[in-house]
Write a protein that binds this ligand. Sequence first.
Ligand SMILES: [Zn+2]
Length: 483
Amino acid sequence: MILPRAFRLVTGLLCLGLLANCAVNPVTGRQNFVMMSESEEVRTGQKGDEEVRKEYGVYDNPTLQRYVNDVGQRLAQKSHRGNLEYHFTVVDSPEINAFALPGGYIYITRGIMAYLNSEAELAAVLGHEIGHVTARHSVQQYSASMAASIGVALGSILVPELRGGAQDLFSLLGNALLSGYGRDHELEADRLGAEYLALTGYDPQAMVKVVGILKDQELFDAEIARGEGREPRRYHGLFATHPDNDTRLKEVVGEADRLAQPKADSRQAIYLTQINGLVFGDSPSQGIVRDNRFLHDGLGFGLNFPPDWKVKNSLDRVVALSPENDGQIELLLAGPARGTPADFLRRNIRLDTGNELDTALINGLPAATMSGVRQNKPVKIGVIFFRDQTFILFATAKTPAAYNQHRTAISSAIGSFHALQDSERKLAKPNLIHTRTAKRGETFASLARQSPLGKNAEGYLRLMNHAYPSGEPQAGQHLKTVE
Ligand SMILES: [Zn+2]
């Protein structure tokens, strides 16, 4: 969570919806019905880039940024659209992702970088995204997702700004872009990426390895999801089988083998040196979740969400969901504190019934709460002024019965907002990746015991070191740990 976001992307998309053009697909040479010319594509990318930077944040490590950009530029030069100006950015997100906006804007999360083990694998991720750009998948996708986006944008005008329509729009658009473009487009991006790998001097088989990394993430998440009683996540969303058995993937990557240089170097040691010290998991500038406590060192506050609720920290808000998904608490930052918290509620919140205000300090901080019903749902809203900023806690439940069940948990979460204590500051430190060589006798179980990653530590460490679901470190081999 950093700051509330602007609504600029919404207007950008609405304007674009009026423009439709036919363009020649740079990869196939055929006419494609797309809604953008190349210059419009670049403009759209630029606009989206501002949003992505605000939404995700750029990972604060210029050396790493330069390194990733260098690798990306080398690949892009060999691509079908070498004339385009490419931009490669590491975004400050723990999620496992990479994505491309139209016009050559490509992003990789620090989250996925933790699981890659060589420069060739990094190049495979970037090459795949370049493939989406050169084949203009993102343009086609952008056009397709636009109709839906406009619906969301219009919807957001009807609800109070607190609900953040643009956030919904972004996640919708984001999902369309991130979760893939359908099997055929993904395979095409894999094929193009493999080709660019070969032409740049990497082994194109790194593409198969990367898909394997994503598949392992999926298997591991399915294992955790079973324990948590939730739906597992899908990466790439498409691969039913493990990539080793995926004949079409092997086929499209195999085409690039004939272009490969005889002695391709994966540049493993160079990559591992670059990611030594990389933040793993939540970052301190965005707040850290520890045992359902949300701790934000930068903004100086802490909050305790109900014990078994799922807490998700995104850039502009933190959302906690009850285990049954029938109750929700959202924490938002709403700009400079003016007047009193009660004034803020009176000015900004209209409930259908209720509206009664309760003013009381919360842990010594000026605060006010309001409860009632909005759009047939029970709600409770808490506003706290802290260090000249307005913090909002917005709690709601699916039904009055669910609200009653969560009432105490919601009230104590709102009542737990506090200035960060010194003892909590230690907990708010991020976990970092360390790269070194394995010592004799080290096992993933022993490494897991020393790591701060909790009950799934062994799985994470195995995934990070390409040793999932079994396998142990060999003395002298490269090893990543989290400390
Ligand atoms: Zn893709």
